[in-house]
Design a protein around this ligand. Sequence first.
Ligand SMILES: Nc1ncnc2c1ncn2[C@@H]1O[C@H](COP(=O)(O)OP(=O)(O)OP(=O)(O)O)[C@@H](O)[C@H]1O
Ligand SMILES: [Mg+2]
Length: 232
Amino acid sequence: MNAIVQNDQAPVLQVTDLEIEINGGQGSFAVVSEMNLHVRAGETLCIVGESGCGKSMTALALLRLLPDAAKVASGKILIDGQDFMAMSERQVEDYRGEKIAMIFQEPLTALNPVLRIGEQIAEAVRQHRKCSRKEAYAKAVETLQLVQMPDPERRAGQFPHELSGGMRQRAMIALALACDPKIIIADEPTTALDVTIQAQILGLISTCKSVSARRKSSSPTTSASSPRSPIG
Ligand SMILES: Nc1ncnc2c1ncn2[C@@H]1O[C@H](COP(=O)(O)OP(=O)(O)OP(=O)(O)O)[C@@H](O)[C@H]1O
Ligand SMILES: [Mg+2]
Protein backbone atom coordinates (compact mmCIF):
# COMPACT_ATOMS: atom_id res chain seq x y z
CA MET A 1 0.00 0.00 0.00
CA ASN A 2 1.35 3.43 -0.86
CA ALA A 3 -0.08 6.86 -0.15
CA ILE A 4 1.63 9.83 -1.74
CA VAL A 5 0.97 13.44 -0.82
CA GLN A 6 2.56 16.60 -2.18
CA ASN A 7 3.59 19.33 0.22
CA ASP A 8 7.02 20.66 1.21
CA GLN A 9 6.76 20.57 5.02
CA ALA A 10 8.31 17.76 7.07
CA PRO A 11 5.74 15.01 7.71
CA VAL A 12 4.20 14.74 11.17
CA LEU A 13 3.68 11.06 10.46
CA GLN A 14 5.90 8.92 8.28
CA VAL A 15 5.51 5.19 7.81
CA THR A 16 8.12 3.30 5.84
CA ASP A 17 7.86 -0.32 4.67
CA LEU A 18 5.64 -1.31 7.57
CA GLU A 19 4.98 -5.02 7.91
CA ILE A 20 2.52 -6.35 10.50
CA GLU A 21 2.46 -10.04 11.32
CA ILE A 22 -0.19 -12.15 13.01
CA ASN A 23 0.91 -15.15 14.98
CA GLY A 24 -1.86 -17.67 14.27
CA GLY A 25 -2.20 -21.36 15.20
CA GLN A 26 -0.27 -22.40 12.09
CA GLY A 27 2.61 -19.95 12.34
CA SER A 28 2.87 -16.28 11.56
CA PHE A 29 1.73 -14.49 8.44
CA ALA A 30 1.80 -10.90 7.23
CA VAL A 31 -1.49 -8.98 7.28
CA VAL A 32 0.10 -5.69 6.19
CA SER A 33 3.23 -5.43 4.09
CA GLU A 34 5.15 -2.66 2.34
CA MET A 35 2.90 0.04 3.82
CA ASN A 36 4.31 3.48 3.08
CA LEU A 37 2.62 6.76 3.86
CA HIS A 38 3.33 10.23 5.07
CA VAL A 39 1.07 12.94 6.40
CA ARG A 40 2.00 16.60 6.79
CA ALA A 41 0.36 19.21 8.98
CA GLY A 42 -3.14 20.05 7.81
CA GLU A 43 -3.44 17.06 5.49
CA THR A 44 -6.10 14.38 5.57
CA LEU A 45 -5.16 10.93 4.35
CA CYS A 46 -7.78 8.25 3.74
CA ILE A 47 -6.89 4.58 3.65
CA VAL A 48 -9.39 2.50 1.70
CA GLY A 49 -9.42 -1.20 0.99
CA GLU A 50 -11.49 -4.36 1.17
CA SER A 51 -12.54 -5.85 4.47
CA GLY A 52 -9.65 -7.64 6.17
CA CYS A 53 -6.90 -5.90 4.16
CA GLY A 54 -5.35 -4.48 7.35
CA LYS A 55 -6.69 -0.92 7.75
CA SER A 56 -7.51 -1.33 11.44
CA MET A 57 -4.26 -3.19 12.09
CA THR A 58 -2.36 -0.30 10.52
CA ALA A 59 -4.27 2.23 12.65
CA LEU A 60 -3.57 0.25 15.83
CA ALA A 61 0.12 -0.13 14.94
CA LEU A 62 0.35 3.67 14.62
CA LEU A 63 -0.65 3.93 18.29
CA ARG A 64 1.31 0.83 19.37
CA LEU A 65 -1.99 -0.74 20.39
CA LEU A 66 -1.82 -3.94 18.33
CA PRO A 67 -3.53 -6.99 19.88
CA ASP A 68 -1.26 -9.62 21.48
CA ALA A 69 -1.46 -11.87 18.42
CA ALA A 70 -0.04 -9.15 16.16
CA LYS A 71 3.29 -7.38 15.99
CA VAL A 72 5.20 -4.98 13.78
CA ALA A 73 7.68 -7.31 12.07
CA SER A 74 9.61 -4.58 10.26
CA GLY A 75 9.44 -1.01 9.06
CA LYS A 76 9.57 2.44 10.61
CA ILE A 77 6.98 4.75 12.16
CA LEU A 78 8.20 8.31 12.71
CA ILE A 79 5.99 10.77 14.59
CA ASP A 80 7.28 14.33 14.38
CA GLY A 81 10.56 12.82 13.25
CA GLN A 82 10.88 10.58 16.35
CA ASP A 83 11.15 6.81 16.03
CA PHE A 84 7.87 5.66 17.60
CA MET A 85 8.80 1.97 17.57
CA ALA A 86 11.99 2.60 19.55
CA MET A 87 10.26 4.54 22.36
CA SER A 88 9.71 3.15 25.84
CA GLU A 89 6.13 2.40 26.89
CA ARG A 90 6.30 5.50 29.12
CA GLN A 91 7.25 7.73 26.18
CA VAL A 92 4.51 6.17 24.06
CA GLU A 93 1.95 6.96 26.77
CA ASP A 94 3.10 10.58 26.68
CA TYR A 95 2.71 10.62 22.91
CA ARG A 96 -0.75 9.08 22.90
CA GLY A 97 -3.34 11.79 23.31
CA GLU A 98 -0.81 14.60 23.05
CA LYS A 99 0.74 13.87 19.62
CA ILE A 100 -1.47 11.13 18.23
CA ALA A 101 -5.00 10.16 19.17
CA MET A 102 -7.59 7.75 17.88
CA ILE A 103 -11.31 7.98 17.28
CA PHE A 104 -12.51 4.41 17.58
CA GLN A 105 -15.35 2.85 15.63
CA GLU A 106 -17.44 1.81 18.62
CA PRO A 107 -17.63 4.43 21.39
CA LEU A 108 -19.42 2.11 23.82
CA THR A 109 -16.39 -0.18 23.95
CA ALA A 110 -13.85 2.66 23.83
CA LEU A 111 -15.40 4.88 26.52
CA ASN A 112 -15.20 3.89 30.16
CA PRO A 113 -18.79 2.87 31.12
CA VAL A 114 -18.42 3.79 34.80
CA LEU A 115 -16.94 7.25 34.39
CA ARG A 116 -18.92 10.34 33.49
CA ILE A 117 -18.04 11.79 30.07
CA GLY A 118 -16.64 15.03 31.48
CA GLU A 119 -14.46 13.16 33.98
CA GLN A 120 -13.03 10.89 31.27
CA ILE A 121 -12.06 13.80 29.09
CA ALA A 122 -10.70 15.77 32.08
CA GLU A 123 -8.60 12.76 33.09
CA ALA A 124 -7.03 12.67 29.63
CA VAL A 125 -6.31 16.40 29.86
CA ARG A 126 -4.68 16.03 33.29
CA GLN A 127 -2.50 13.22 32.01
CA HIS A 128 -0.84 15.61 29.57
CA ARG A 129 -1.27 19.10 31.02
CA LYS A 130 -0.29 20.55 34.36
CA CYS A 131 -3.64 21.89 35.50
CA SER A 132 -6.13 21.58 38.34
CA ARG A 133 -9.10 19.19 38.23
CA LYS A 134 -11.37 22.20 37.80
CA GLU A 135 -9.40 23.55 34.83
CA ALA A 136 -9.29 20.09 33.23
CA TYR A 137 -13.05 19.72 33.66
CA ALA A 138 -13.59 23.17 32.13
CA LYS A 139 -11.45 22.11 29.15
CA ALA A 140 -13.57 18.94 28.86
CA VAL A 141 -16.79 20.96 28.70
CA GLU A 142 -15.19 23.37 26.22
CA THR A 143 -14.17 20.44 24.01
CA LEU A 144 -17.68 18.97 24.20
CA GLN A 145 -18.92 22.34 23.04
CA LEU A 146 -16.41 22.29 20.17
CA VAL A 147 -17.82 18.95 18.98
CA GLN A 148 -21.31 20.44 19.16
CA MET A 149 -22.56 18.26 21.97
CA PRO A 150 -26.00 19.60 22.86
CA ASP A 151 -26.12 21.06 26.40
CA PRO A 152 -22.43 20.24 27.05
CA GLU A 153 -22.39 21.11 30.78
CA ARG A 154 -25.21 18.67 31.52
CA ARG A 155 -23.95 15.95 29.17
CA ALA A 156 -20.49 16.15 30.74
CA GLY A 157 -22.08 14.88 33.95
CA GLN A 158 -23.62 11.83 32.30
CA PHE A 159 -22.37 8.28 31.71
CA PRO A 160 -21.83 6.92 28.16
CA HIS A 161 -24.97 4.74 28.29
CA GLU A 162 -27.08 7.84 28.93
CA LEU A 163 -26.13 9.39 25.57
CA SER A 164 -27.48 8.72 22.08
CA GLY A 165 -25.22 7.02 19.49
CA GLY A 166 -24.37 10.34 17.82
CA MET A 167 -23.66 11.99 21.19
CA ARG A 168 -21.39 9.12 22.21
CA GLN A 169 -19.47 9.53 18.97
CA ARG A 170 -19.14 13.26 19.69
CA ALA A 171 -17.86 12.39 23.18
CA MET A 172 -15.27 10.03 21.60
CA ILE A 173 -14.15 12.78 19.26
CA ALA A 174 -13.94 15.23 22.17
CA LEU A 175 -11.78 12.72 24.06
CA ALA A 176 -9.45 12.47 21.06
CA LEU A 177 -9.32 16.28 20.59
CA ALA A 178 -8.98 17.27 24.25
CA CYS A 179 -5.18 17.43 24.26
CA ASP A 180 -4.87 19.04 20.81
CA PRO A 181 -3.01 16.12 19.20
CA LYS A 182 -1.08 16.67 15.98
CA ILE A 183 -2.43 13.51 14.40
CA ILE A 184 -5.88 12.01 14.69
CA ILE A 185 -6.51 8.49 13.47
CA ALA A 186 -10.16 7.74 12.79
CA ASP A 187 -10.95 4.10 12.07
CA GLU A 188 -14.42 4.07 10.54
CA PRO A 189 -15.65 6.67 13.02
CA THR A 190 -19.19 6.71 11.65
CA THR A 191 -19.97 3.08 10.76
CA ALA A 192 -22.29 2.54 13.72
CA LEU A 193 -24.35 5.66 12.97
CA ASP A 194 -27.24 6.34 10.62
CA VAL A 195 -26.54 8.19 7.39
CA THR A 196 -27.64 11.66 8.53
CA ILE A 197 -25.53 11.52 11.69
CA GLN A 198 -22.61 10.08 9.67
CA ALA A 199 -22.62 13.20 7.50
CA GLN A 200 -22.78 15.45 10.59
CA ILE A 201 -19.87 13.67 12.28
CA LEU A 202 -17.66 13.77 9.16
CA GLY A 203 -18.46 17.49 8.80
CA LEU A 204 -17.65 17.95 12.47
CA ILE A 205 -14.22 16.27 12.18
CA SER A 206 -13.44 18.53 9.26
CA THR A 207 -14.60 21.64 11.19
CA CYS A 208 -12.56 20.67 14.25
CA LYS A 209 -9.49 20.29 12.04
CA SER A 210 -9.95 23.82 10.65
CA VAL A 211 -10.63 25.31 14.11
CA SER A 212 -7.49 23.65 15.46
CA ALA A 213 -5.41 24.89 12.53
CA ARG A 214 -6.69 28.45 13.06
CA ARG A 215 -6.05 28.29 16.82
CA LYS A 216 -2.52 27.04 16.32
CA SER A 217 -1.68 29.55 13.64
CA SER A 218 -2.92 32.42 15.81
CA SER A 219 -1.11 31.17 18.92
CA PRO A 220 2.18 33.01 19.56
CA THR A 221 3.70 29.91 21.22
CA THR A 222 2.81 27.34 18.58
CA SER A 223 4.10 26.86 15.08
CA ALA A 224 1.56 27.47 12.33
CA SER A 225 2.72 24.29 10.70
CA SER A 226 1.24 21.94 13.24
CA PRO A 227 -2.51 21.62 12.78
CA ARG A 228 -3.75 18.11 13.37
CA SER A 229 -4.17 15.65 10.54
CA PRO A 230 -6.99 13.12 10.61
CA ILE A 231 -6.65 9.82 8.84
CA GLY A 232 -9.85 8.05 7.95
N1 LIG B 1 -7.25 -9.60 17.23
C1 LIG B 1 -6.88 -10.26 16.13
N2 LIG B 1 -6.20 -11.44 16.20
C2 LIG B 1 -5.82 -12.09 15.10
N3 LIG B 1 -6.05 -11.67 13.83
C3 LIG B 1 -6.72 -10.54 13.69
C4 LIG B 1 -7.17 -9.75 14.81
N4 LIG B 1 -7.80 -8.64 14.33
C5 LIG B 1 -7.75 -8.72 12.98
N5 LIG B 1 -7.10 -9.86 12.60
C6 LIG B 1 -6.80 -10.23 11.20
O1 LIG B 1 -5.96 -9.24 10.63
C7 LIG B 1 -6.33 -9.02 9.27
C8 LIG B 1 -6.54 -7.54 9.04
O2 LIG B 1 -7.67 -7.13 9.82
P1 LIG B 1 -8.15 -5.63 9.97
O3 LIG B 1 -9.09 -5.62 11.12
O4 LIG B 1 -6.96 -4.76 9.99
O5 LIG B 1 -8.93 -5.42 8.59
P2 LIG B 1 -9.69 -4.10 8.05
O6 LIG B 1 -9.02 -3.71 6.76
O7 LIG B 1 -9.74 -3.09 9.13
O8 LIG B 1 -11.13 -4.68 7.73
P3 LIG B 1 -12.58 -3.99 7.89
O9 LIG B 1 -12.77 -3.10 6.69
O10 LIG B 1 -13.51 -5.17 7.85
O11 LIG B 1 -12.62 -3.26 9.21
C9 LIG B 1 -7.55 -9.89 8.99
O12 LIG B 1 -7.10 -11.02 8.31
C10 LIG B 1 -8.07 -10.25 10.35
O13 LIG B 1 -8.63 -11.55 10.34
MG1 LIG C 1 -11.29 -2.27 10.29
